[in-house]
Design a protein. Sequence first.
Length: 387
Amino acid sequence: MSVFIKKDDGFEEPVPTIFEKEEVFGDLIIDNPKIFPIEKFTGSKGSEWIPIAVEMRLEYGLGRLDVLGIDNEGCIYIIENKLHKNYQKKTLRQQGTDYAFGLRDLKEHHNGWERFKKKIKSANKSKWAKSKKFQNQSLEEIIKDFKEDEDDSQRCLNEVKNNFEQGNYTLVVAMDRIPPGLRVSIAGHNEIDAKHEVPLFALEVNQFETTKGEIIVTSTYPYDLEDLKDKGRDKARRGENDIESFQKYYEEIAELKEDERKDFNEFRQDIEKLAEEDIWYGRSAVPQIYAKFENIGGGEKYFVQISADGNLRFMFENFYDYIKNAGGGKPTKESELLKEKFETNPALKEALWTRWKKSGKWGRYNKPKEWMPVHKEIIKILKEVKV
């Protein structure tokens, strides 16, 4: 990675900030979660990374993991911070792996989930969490602060629990410089350890002082994180749902009335037809249908998300303009046109749009009683709109 700053007489390569302590380097990521490359890993616009604990103590003498984080879909990330000057290839990767296996062992214990949450709360009461946004907070409180909608926060919490119980973690080594030896170690880990569902990548973070302020520059190894997420892992190993798991949840668990099931089945069939089978069932505890449409975003972005429990979500944020490290996404002509179609339809304005606008949550989950009475109007818009 090279960084150059333009000067009057050409370009100058600045010298990155030298971090004396790993704690200071780690705070850079915790205090600025936008620099974590979550969208590159999930492949989804609007994905957000949320730090939830520091220095969380594990059992069996495994020590304390540096940073524990989640994303807004409930996936769990273990981050090990290390400065290049303290780098030891033989122990760094193994340390992160030990943490993941330590948490996997915890889930096998009696009340493992409750113990996991207790460890998070204890870590956040420690001196290391002082002045952090999550200081003294429980996992539930952290998620609630992040997702104000009660249904959304509960859904996220359920997904964290599901990933904990499934033993699904992603390991991240954050450094100020990624050594060649670590690249070799990471490549080998992801090749031979794929069956354990513990992908690993390195995040390089550098800070530069300029006359206009600080600049943060990041890079990753491997570069293509989305490919890392999927490479060499079949559906069974990575916990993907399919049509069978979706149907099973819908038939055996979903609490829907007979008339609601009629509307749900009719809507689902219309969606699958419009999407021409370009759908995905997700990895969540509650299977979901993610649908793409050729007339919306050229069939490249998911717009409709149907949960097997009957909830429905429109993913407007997938059409926002996201600029790396520049905060939240900005509306685009495409996203505004989609919103306009819902707002100008009398039936949908009353049933959905008014609630969205009042809460400011355009991408909130809509309950069956909200969307099912107008499901035909929704299909009509999806057929007519072209963005």
